[in-house]
Design a binder for this molecule. Sequence first.
Ligand code: CDP
Length: 232
Amino acid sequence: MSDKITIAIDGYSSTGKSTIAKQIAKHLGYVYVDSGAMYRAVTYYAMTKGLIHESDFNAEALIYQLDIVHINFKFNSELGFAEVYLNNQNIEKAIRTLEVSSFVSKVAAISEVRKKLVAIQQQIGKNKGVVMDGRDIGTVVFPDAELKIFMTASAETRAQRRYKELIERGDDVVYDSVLKNVQERDHLDSTRKDSPLVKADDAIEIDNSNLSLQEQFERVLQLVTMTIEDTE
Ligand code: CDP
């Protein structure tokens, strides 16, 4: 039997990281972890506690309260993936709004938040057999991951995909706001001091602007198969 590997998938917002990560995890029988959901969960916490408003963010108070922010995942067999819980409340749907997206990169820039979430991520992945997607998985969380993938696509392609997703789930959004959010998060995530979004030296870049889901899956599966063979 082959040993399990760790697969890190990083990249810009709305590049479809979670779609491919879920497909690969299912195919291999690995655990899928959406690290972005954890940053969104902390953001949601801050919003519901009144720590974030349009022009004002009480980072000090959030840092102070971090010990009582409990985040975990529970597998939903109907959906086929693990949903995120905040202090025992299922918040999987609530964290996907454009409002949460508009604050999350500020929360994710706080070192104390990152330290807490990275420790949980490393704990979940300590026995390998995990596919994790995010911004710093191949650089910070699992620098020794056997396979690192870096996903890119044009901002317009990504905004179109995210706009369609939000409209399909019934959210009242306009395309321009979605595009603006994608561009702002690209900028904040890439320029923050702690764990900025950068391609790891040993990551394989995939631009999926013109790839169908099937083509993308086949491409990544080929990389996975080669990597598993190499580690045997
Ligand atoms: O799904 P989408 O690409 O829109 O983003 P996400 O993966 O849900 O991540 C939301 C935000 O969390 C990102 O824009 C980052 O600011 C932050 N994040 C991070 O800093 N580090 C990670 N490993 C994952 C997400």
